[in-house]
Design a binder for this molecule. Structure first.
Ligand SMILES: Cc1ncc(COP(=O)(O)O)c(C=O)c1O
Length: 475
């Protein structure tokens, strides 16, 4: 297959290309690949049989809890309810408010319930539903850019972003031409408050904090960041995409959760993903603002378009009302008691998992996380943590590779609270570390790719990632 890297790439491009091809197209050998429309439509029963077969081939792994994050609830009854609700509302589009006022009811209530959970005062904290964490963050950053321009006459707004914040902030900077000012984290992987203070300029529109951040599951010092923002009259966005539906319940269960939500007066917006620990189907998140005035900078309206008076709250035009219906159903079926119990189970499993990792010689946990647990080699010279990830992959696990520093993480979900899953993870991890320590030079799969990424110029790695994206969309 065609797969080329620039000169100087220390990896065998053909081997890597072949590996990726196998990984991305496992069905080539068992099903025909379509590159044009079938001349005549296929019978529905046949189509259903095909997609059922694909589903069945994939479901076992995530159902058994072999993935980091990915599926957050996954119990059969829960999925069945969401699927039924989706099926009932599959034609719904909130753009057509007259046809589907039900979609508006679902969305308004999703927003109100989420705002209440995050201690937003009714009437003060408002929001919209988006398609996911990334869209919520893109929307928030665009909002601060336009707010800064309109209310502060800042022509070139800046956002201050801890380096552990989600990649979507860099995406927002690129899409919306906002200057991103990265700030380091301390030895506990928490945003360095002194560095944030030093980074504030007259052009700063917003300070970002995560509760928690994706890589190491660590919560930034939100009270300090929010206070700084308030002192300077600028925005403070708390990215609670990952933790928004866990931390409120963890706090109630007595875990040490620092203040992170609208109880802090300096917090001006928050994102919380219903499609993660809100247990909705994929494609739903909530973005909340303190005050409609701020949120108006998110909206798009056009009053002189020949197509009519047009307005849209988020990036999309037409939107899947069915996903909002399913999201509402997930939230209402969980209720406060359901979220509390789910959180209790996840945090209990996480405590056992952390104990298990600590008992494995040569590994260390990064920072002091609650349920998203990153681990690394105590001594990078002794063994390669990416090869451990590779060995875990061979045992069925789908984990996340991290860099700077080299590490691997697992985000625990309800899937990992099933009997025996944590024990299996710890046993497999112990065996994987032992195997890698016994063969320190052997690198396979993604391990050399991560090693290479750490050494090559960024532009070369970007080129590699673009090639990967190209591959993803080739039939
Ligand atoms: C802290 C945080 N923010 C934002 C996102 C982006 O969410 P999504 O993948 O739904 O776009 C993630 C995803 O894991 C996350 O962990």
């Amino acid at each position: 297959m065609a797969f080329s890297f620039q000169e100087g790439c220390p990896i065998d491009a053909f081997d890597l290309g072949a590996m990726l091809d196998k990984q991305l197209r496992p069905y080539r050998t068992i099903m025909p690949t379509l590159t044009q429309l079938p001349a005549a439509g296929r019978p529905r029963a046949e189509i259903l049989a095909d997609v059922t077969r694909l589903h069945d081939l994939e479901a076992e792994r995530w159902k058994a809890g072999y993935s980091s994050g990915a599926v957050y609830h996954g119990a059969d009854g829960h999925i069945e309810t969401l699927n039924q609700v989706y099926a009932l509302h599959s034609q719904s589009n909130p753009l057509h408010t007259d046809l589907w006022p039900s979609a508006l009811k679902f969305e308004a209530e999703i927003i109100a319930m989420t705002a209440h959970m995050l201690h937003g005062a009714p009437g003060e904290v408002v929001g919209t539903v988006s398609s996911g964490g990334t869209e919520s963050l893109l929307l928030a950053m665009k909002t601060y850019r336009d707010w800064a321009r309109a209310t502060r006459a800042i022509a070139a707004p800046e956002m201050i972003v801890p380096v552990t914040a989600h990649a979507a902030f860099w995406k927002a900077a690129q899409y919306f031409d906002i200057k991103l000012v990265p700030v380091p984290v301390d030895e506990h992987f928490r945003a360095d408050v002194a560095a944030v203070r030093a980074a504030i300029t007259p052009n700063t529109a917003v300070i970002v904090g995560s509760a928690p951040a994706f890589p190491h599951g660590i919560i930034d010092p939100i009270p300090e960041l929010a206070a700084l923002a308030q002192e300077h009259g600028i925005g403070c966005h708390v990215d609670a995409c990952l933790g928004g539906f866990v931390l409120p319940w963890a706090e109630r269960l007595g875990y040490p959760v620092p203040a992170f939500d609208f109880r802090l007066p300096g917090v001006t917006s928050m994102s919380a993903d219903t499609h993660k620990y809100g247990y909705a189907a994929k494609g739903a998140s909530v973005i909340l603002y303190r005050g409609a005035e701020l949120m108006h900078h998110q909206y798009f309206t056009i009053s002189d378009w020949p197509g009519g008076l047009y307005m849209s709250p988020t990036f999309a035009g037409s939107r899947p009302g069915a996903l909002s219906a399913a999201c509402w159903a997930a939230m209402v079926s969980m209720g406060e008691e359901g979220y509390l119990e789910a959180t209790r189970r996840i945090l209990t499993a996480a405590a056992a998992l952390k104990d298990g990792i600590r008992r494995i010689d040569g590994l260390r946990i990064l920072g002091d996380p609650l349920w998203v647990v990153a681990f690394a080699s105590v001594d990078d010279e002794a063994f390669n943590i990416y090869q451990v990830m590779e060995q875990m992959g061979r045992r069925g696990w789908s984990l996340n590779g991290l860099q700077r520093p080299a590490a691997v993480h697992i985000a625990l979900t309800l899937r990992h609270t099933q009997p025996g899953v944590v024990e299996r993870f710890v046993a497999d991890l112990g065996a994987a570390v032992a195997e890698v320590r016994a063969n320190p030079g052997a690198l396979s799969g993604m391990a050399p790719v991560y090693g290479m990424a750490a050494q090559l110029p960024g532009e070369m790695v970007d080129e590699m990632l673009r090639t990967y994206l190209d591959l993803m969309f080739k039939a």
